[in-house]
Design a protein around this ligand. Structure first.
Ligand code: ZN
Length: 93
């Protein structure tokens, strides 16, 4: 079973507290799955079979404003994608 971290946009830091009451969270945040190395993917599958519970390292939350940027990079390894996002947005908080 996979337990997800609460939504928190990787780019701008938007999280649950920033969303007005009553607004649909599932339409505000999207969990983007980036690529993994073959070894990491195999390790994840092995952990899942063993009943491991946790947040996948390659699954990252993005808000509506940044999900397109994330999805454009989703074919990349998650570390590479995060590095590119960091380089593109150097002045974020
Ligand atoms: Zn954002």
């Amino acid at each position: 079973m996979v337990v997800m971290l609460p939504p928190h946009c990787y780019v701008c830091g938007l999280d649950l507290r920033d969303v007005p009451d009553g607004q649909d969270l599932s339409s505000t945040f999207t969990l983007v799955h980036f690529a993994l190395s073959r070894e990491a993917e195999a390790a994840q599958e092995a952990r899942a079979r063993a009943g491991w519970v946790g947040h996948l390292e390659n699954a990252v939350w993005f808000c509506n404003g940044h999900v397109e940027l994330a999805q454009a990079l989703a074919h990349l390894h998650w570390l590479e994608a995060k590095a590119l996002i960091d380089a593109e947005l150097p002045q974020r908080p």
